[in-house]
Design a protein. Structure first.
Length: 378
């Protein structure tokens, strides 16, 4: 009897367990849905509890900071709540975790539109800068050392203003220039008056200049010389200008220029020579190179025999051969001879002994040219 009872009890337990397993198997989907719903309800409850909790958020708008106490957990809702408008080009810095949490920091920068002219282009830009310098820094525009802006970097700007950036570029250039030569004149007593002769040709010099050219937006705006080097010096041109007085060609038909009376003799004068130089000579070899035995000893160029008190040697271009002259201090003399050293206004007076003449070399004497005939006392 005892074994039979034990067998029956085991059968009952096995039947109960099989029923439970069959029920669980048949209702597993319902159990899953119930568990998921419970989890969702719990999450929504927690979320509602979190969202409606009080939070302190720091908001910095255009540099002005304020701490706001709010129950909003979405940023857009917070901005609406605080009446903060955000434009399409405004800058907003928000936490990376998405929803708002206590202690978050939010930065908002409102930009304004400006016109920008730079590098050959016109555009509309948006910046938070209130001066030209701030705007350029904000827009990360690189300026060269010489670049400039209109308005100036320190100028205050307002929405709608235009900033122009002028790119300034400088280049050095070597420029070669000619230095004109000067013309220098000098008088030449051996050249006829009024005549000119180039004594030395002029030559232009060379000057090398270093020029700094400034370009603004590619257009040359200024040039200045910053250094000068002399390459080659110029050479002056020298011109001789004649001041030699023309020699008057005298003839018997030449008119008298003046009537002169000397030692009681009045005579007409064809020409008056001032500043004449006087010297003396004799017939000896020291003056003529001929000694007493020479066949031409004492014979003048004109063929006459030398005679003290009458014969003089002259330059035939100044005093015609055979003409009479009156020499201050020596009286009337006749041009009968010439010499290689007697040129221009120079007269060599004949003496039998030149050493005893006492003339030596006398300058500044006045001589009157009379003509072919010797004046006589009336």
């Amino acid at each position: 009897m005892g074994q039979l009872a034990h067998a029956q009890s085991h059968v009952k337990r096995s039947s109960s367990m099989s029923f439970a397993m069959r029920w669980k198997h048949d209702n597993v989907r319902y159990i899953s849905f119930f568990a998921l719903g419970a989890i969702l309800l719990t999450f929504m409850f927690l979320l509602m509890l979190y969202g409606t909790s009080t939070k302190q958020i720091k908001i910095i708008v255009d540099g002005h900071e304020q701490t706001i106490t709010t129950k909003q957990w979405k940023l857009e809702n917070l901005l609406i709540e605080q009446s903060i408008a955000i434009g399409p080009h405004d800058r907003l810095t928000i936490p990376s975790h998405g929803n708002l949490v206590n202690g978050d920091r939010i930065e908002i920068e409102h930009t304004h539109a400006l016109g920008l002219i730079a590098d050959g282009r016109k555009s509309i830009v948006h910046t938070v800068g209130n001066t030209v310098q701030e705007a350029i820094d904000d827009l990360r525009i690189q300026l060269g050392e010489k670049d400039r802006t209109i308005p100036a970097l320190t100028a205050t700007i307002a929405p709608g203003d235009t900033i122009r950036i002028i790119r300034v570029h400088q280049m050095l250039d070597k420029v070669t220039k000619e230095i004109p030569f000067d013309i220098v004149t000098k008088t030449d007593g051996n050249l006829a008056k009024g005549k000119e002769k180039v004594v030395r040709e002029g030559k232009e010099g060379v000057l090398v200049e270093t020029v700094e050219n400034t370009f603004e937006d590619g257009v040359l705006t200024s040039s200045r010389v910053i250094d000068t080097i002399l390459g080659t010096a110029s050479v002056d041109q020298v011109i001789a200008i004649g001041n030699k007085k023309p020699v008057t060609v005298l003839s018997s038909s030449s008119p008298n220029v003046e009537q002169v009376t000397k030692k009681g003799v009045t005579f007409g004068v064809k020409q008056i020579l001032s500043g004449v130089t006087l010297t003396s000579y004799d017939a000896g070899p020291e003056s003529t190179g001929k000694d007493v035995g020479h066949p031409q000893y004492g014979i003048t160029y004109s063929g006459t025999k030398v005679l003290e008190g009458r014969t003089i040697a002259v330059d035939p271009k100044v005093i015609p051969m055979g003409w009479w002259v009156y020499i201050e201090g020596y009286g009337f003399r006749r041009a009968e001879d010439k010499g290689s050293a007697v040129k221009g206004k120079h007269i060599d007076i004949y003496f039998d002994d030149a050493h005893k003449s006492g003339i030596g070399r006398k300058k500044g004497v006045t001589v009157y040219i009379v003509g072919p005939k010797k004046p006589e006392v009336d």
